[in-house]
Ligand binder design. Structure first.
Ligand SMILES: [Zn+2]
Ligand SMILES: [Zn+2]
Length: 266
């Protein structure tokens, strides 16, 4: 069976990812407007009618901006943990009650032909999760907002064939940039975001032939560029003597528009 992944938008301004097969699809996060989601899906030839649900990682606005409209106007079921729902529903009261689906942590559930497991990550929200999604033999992991890779999250990330992982900021740009000190400290903390060197070093530790696609995600608008992300990764791999096998693909996800579709066979 064919498996398609597309990042519709990735970064601190809004996150939304599509994963689907020939029949159905799901979204991961809804951090851009529902109108943009529908438009971007149309741009990549996907009908909104085929979307069976949206998985939500946490309550920050860059992950839930379009959620209210998706549930109210599209009746799209939305899946996240009890604790994250609580943190979303307090300020966002207009989310359709009929669309609320609570999921457990680290226990598989089934949606649109996928076996999905949510795992906890360290980030400065009441609770934040990543998703490990199995489609036949293929495993996809999404971990986009995390200050460090904790022992619970690491196995889910290591098991992926297609990995979407944050590479949020260039350490030098952040330190020398205009952000106030408290914000710099927050971003760099264990509950903030992953910097380019952190992500590159982790990828150098786990890279194997099983990891066929790496998508570097959630780039900061002010403290990063796609060129620096790629250069940091290439430098780290070169220092560690890592040579990609020719089949492995590295993508830097666009901040405000869909990135090329990644096509896998289950
Ligand atoms: Zn975010
Ligand atoms: Zn966040």
């Amino acid at each position: 069976m064919k498996l398609n992944f597309c990042s519709l938008s990735s970064g601190s301004s809004g996150n939304c990812y599509y994963l689907g097969n020939e029949f159905h699809g799901i979204l991961i996060d809804a951090g851009i407007s529902a109108t943009s989601i529908r438009k971007f899906l149309k741009d990549i030839d996907i009908s909104m009618q085929t979307i069976m649900g949206v998985l939500i990682t946490h309550n920050h606005i860059d992950h839930i901006r379009g959620l209210e409209v998706l549930t109210r106007k599209k009746s799209l079921p939305a899946f996240t943990t009890h604790k994250i729902w609580k943190s979303i529903l307090t300020p966002y009261k207009r989310i359709s009650q009929d669309c609320i689906r609570e999921i457990p942590l680290q226990k598989k559930f089934h949606l649109a032909g996928f076996d999905i497991e949510a795992f906890p990550v360290c980030h400065d929200a009441p609770e934040t999760i990543g998703f490990h999604i199995c489609a036949g033999e293929k495993k996809i992991t999404i971990a986009t907002d995390l200050g460090h890779i904790c022992q619970t999250a690491a196995p889910y990330i290591k098991a992926a064939n297609l990995l979407i992982i944050e590479s949020n900021y260039d350490e030098k740009m952040l330190v020398n940039g205009k952000y106030p000190q408290y914000l710099k400290a927050r971003i760099q903390s264990d509950h903030g975001h992953l910097g380019n060197h952190q992500t590159s070093a982790f990828l150098a530790d786990i890279i194997s032939d099983n990891l066929s696609n790496i998508c570097l995600a959630h780039l900061s608008k002010n403290n990063n560029t796609p060129e620096i992300v790629l250069k940091t990764l290439q430098q780290t791999f070169s220092e560690r003597g890592i040579i990609l096998n020719g089949q492995q693909q590295i993508s830097i996800l666009n901040r405000n528009m869909p990135t090329d579709m990644i096509r896998l066979i289950e």
